[in-house]
Design a protein around this ligand. Structure first.
Ligand SMILES: [Fe+2]
Length: 295
């Protein structure tokens, strides 16, 4: 059965059928999925019961996997999943939900803020692939926002104003906005701000998008409160319901999203119940802007 994609939303997000990702894909299938990603920016697959190895193998069709180091405060000895997998569950190494006061849990709550994965890295991520291994009965939806449609809807004056702006992104900005402020010296070093263009152009389609993220906490050359207000206004604009697709997870769903063209966030859920979501991340090609002066 050939790959087919049906739209799930007015401006983006497609639902894929005709693909079994537990098996190697043909070149044509991979090309069809890449083209689908360029068009829809988010692709939803159902009924994909996969292992971590199968998820990593499928992800590598789209590029090399990103090195996950420096993206969280989980100590290596506390990690539940192997190299190459990002743990976006609420579970500890023992498979049980993390304690309420767990530093790991409190840091990970930052995923409830609108963001683009790895925008805090000098070379930010291309795609993320999220596989649902245990889902919540209630809550825990993931929401996606189309940053191309958001850009298209800006007025000319705003487009001119932001065309060449460069932002500073750090995990300390997103977590700091929730009052998570205590870091070790090593974490401060690992989470040092990087620079990202505020407007990105997609390498294949040429479409422009707003490159926003809760990790963005400053704009080069602007006083801080002014920068934060502009980022806040743009984020409010970009996450209006008309640009947002809400995904209610079913067991064994898999979603791929393009971090260059979208933001996402997870909604609150009952954290006494297990939620096992596993992410692989396809690395981006290059920084969005030369890295300098970011301290
Ligand atoms: Fe994320």
């Amino acid at each position: 059965m050939p790959v087919s994609i049906r739209p799930l939303h007015e401006v983006f997000t497609g639902e894929v059928s005709g693909v079994d990702i537990t098996r190697p894909l043909s070149k044509d299938d991979v090309a069809a999925l890449e083209a689908g990603m360029d068009k829809y920016a988010v692709l939803v697959f159902h009924g994909q019961a996969i292992t971590d190895e199968q998820q990593m193998a499928f992800s590598r069709n789209f590029g090399r996997l990103e090195d996950a180091r420096g993206g969280n405060v989980t100590r290596p000895e506390d990690k539940r999943l192997g190299t190459g997998m990002n743990d976006v569950s609420n579970l500890g190494k023992d498979g049980q939900p993390l304690a309420r006061e767990s530093r790991q849990r409190l840091f990970n709550l930052g995923n409830s803020l609108w963001h683009s994965d790895s925008s805090f890295r000098a070379t930010p991520a291309k795609y993320s692939l999220l596989s649902a291994r245990i889902v919540n009965k209630k809550g825990g939806n993931t929401e996606f926002a189309d940053m191309r449609a958001a850009y298209d809807a800006l007025d000319d004056e705003t487009r001119r104003e932001i065309a060449d702006l460069v932002c500073e992104h750090s995990l300390m900005y997103s977590r700091g906005s929730l009052g998570f402020l205590d870091y070790t010296d090593e974490e401060r070093q690992a989470f040092k701000p990087v620079l990202q263009r505020l407007v990105r152009t997609h390498p294949v389609t040429g479409r422009k998008s707003l490159y926003l993220s809760s990790h963005a906490g400053g704009i080069v050359g602007q006083p801080m409160p002014e920068a934060r207000l502009l980022l806040r206004d743009l984020t409010e604009h970009a996450t209006q319901p008309k640009f947002v697709y809400v995904h209610k997870w079913t067991l064994h769903d898999l979603i791929i999203w393009d971090n260059r063209q979208t933001m996402h966030r997870v909604r609150r859920y009952d954290e006494s119940q297990p939620r096992d979501m596993r992410r692989t991340t396809v690395a981006g090609d290059a920084p969005t802007v030369a890295q300098q002066a970011a301290e």
